[in-house]
Design a protein around this ligand. Structure first.
Ligand code: UD1
Ligand code: BG6
Length: 371
């Protein structure tokens, strides 16, 4: 049921304040004293010790689910101290890459039925790793065959392009990082800031969703473009990949997410006054590096659209030469949840304006159950 919306993708983008609230329900505990701020993931509580002791955490997924894991990787590394590596399921299988008994393999899948992810799960089980699932579908193959896991509880997602599942996956993995990190004194302030940030996140999502019309206006400007680049780094490298994936899969426009740190190693050759480029430059430890990326793109007359934190327009774009998307500031590891939303809206409006099928893009399926 689409309610008053025209498309499922539109409905699912706009229901993210509610889906995120459901994802967190009963899992964040904030008592009277600051000490009692904790995370409780029922499905993992008996396995946290084993995960903390593992030699490595390996994230495995496809498409948007892979991108969600990539967004969560930095906070998991920071809070757990365990090395975290990333695997696209098909690539792990192609290489028959090493998976060990001392590994924790985390399988991320909205549907819980993606063939490549399931085969990678079988492979990791055969190799003796602890297998953890993060899925939206109770009773799915991944939920059944993993040793333990977390249901993201985002509600059914109908649009082929994943939107609300992506943000709920990130939130579950941020909670996972908090749970694995445990209650070390050195992390206490950081942990509390993240938990407070999680409580407030649905409000911040509501705020950024107000940019719907702005993103529609931007889509009108970009409607006839051949290509769109998205530059990100750090916590928002995943946002660049996921934003570009949304534009590609529904609006049928070539789009590429680029790690800004790699700009000089190739992508800079593409920059001219015609190609539109979105630069993600919200406040975090990488901010000054992104400011310098913007200057260098500007020096080459790049057609820039800069996403920055509220109030930062002048610091990212002094010459008023670029278009600005201002978003609310949240804790750095949660910023990807905010930053993807204008890009979801942009992809949605581009698709409608270009006259393509939003909910069932050409050649794609919601759940890819064959290899
Ligand atoms: C569970 C209940 C929830 C109830 C809550 C009350 C279910 C599905 N969930 O939620 O209805 O309100 O207790 O405390 O009945 N699992 C996997 N692999 C996965 C995902 C999950 O093995 O990919 C396992 C978990 O380890 C756990 C079970 O499935 O044993 C349920 O997981 P989850 O729904 O996340 O647990 P709770 O949040 O505790
Ligand atoms: C398909 C979907 O390609 O599978 C994507 O069209 C999705 O939206 C990908 O990200 C992975 O699916 P899942 O269910 O494993 O998260």
């Amino acid at each position: 049921n689409k309610g008053h919306y025209d498309h499922y993708m539109q409905k699912e983008i706009h229901e993210q304040p509610e889906s995120l609230t459901t994802t967190m329900r009963g899992r964040l505990i904030r008592g009277g004293s600051s000490k009692s701020k904790t995370v409780l993931l029922g499905g993992l509580k008996d396995h946290l010790k084993t995960i903390r002791r593992s030699r490595r955490i390996v994230f495995i997924g496809c498409g948007t689910s892979y991108n969600a894991a990539l967004a969560a990787r930095p906070i998991l590394e920071e809070l757990s101290g365990v090395p975290v590596t990333m695997e696209i399921a098909s690539d792990l299988l192609d290489r028959q890459g090493p998976i060990y008994r001392e590994d924790t393999a985390i399988f991320v899948s909205q549907s819980g039925e993606t063939a490549d992810t399931l085969l990678a799960l079988q492979y990791a089980l055969d190799n003796g790793a602890l297998c953890v699932g993060i899925t939206n579908t109770v009773g799915s193959a991944i939920a059944r065959n993993t040793h333990c896991g977390v249901h993201i509880n985002a509600g059914a997602e109908i649009g082929v392009a994943s939107t609300k599942a992506y943000t709920s996956q990130i939130v579950v993995m941020a909670m996972l990082a908090l749970a694995i990190g445990g209650d070390t004194i050195s992390n206490e302030a950081r942990r509390e800031a993240i938990i407070d940030g999680l409580f407030d996140l649905p409000n911040k999502v509501r705020e950024v969703l107000k940019q719907d019309q702005e993103m529609k206006d931007l889509a009108k400007l970009l409607i006839s473009e051949q290509s769109l680049l998205v530059f990100g780094r750090g916590f928002n490298y995943a946002t660049a990949l996921e934003g570009a994936l949304k534009v590609k899969e529904v609006a049928l426009m070539h789009s590429e997410g680029i790690l800004a740190g790699e700009m000089k190693h190739g992508p800079l050759a593409l920059v001219d006054e015609n190609l539109p480029i979105i630069v993600l430059a919200t406040r975090d430890a990488c901010f000054s590096k992104q400011q310098s990326v913007i200057q260098q793109l500007h020096a080459r007359k790049g057609r820039l659209i800069v996403m920055c934190s509220k109030g930062d327009a002048a610091s990212v774009c002094p010459a008023e030469s670029c278009r600005i998307i201002e978003v609310p500031h949240v804790e750095d590891c949660l910023q990807p949840v905010i930053n993807i939303i204008p890009l979801q809206l942009l992809a949605y409006h581009l698709t409608v304006l270009r006259g393509f099928n939003v909910d069932q893009p050409r050649n794609l399926a919601k759940s890819v159950t064959t290899q």
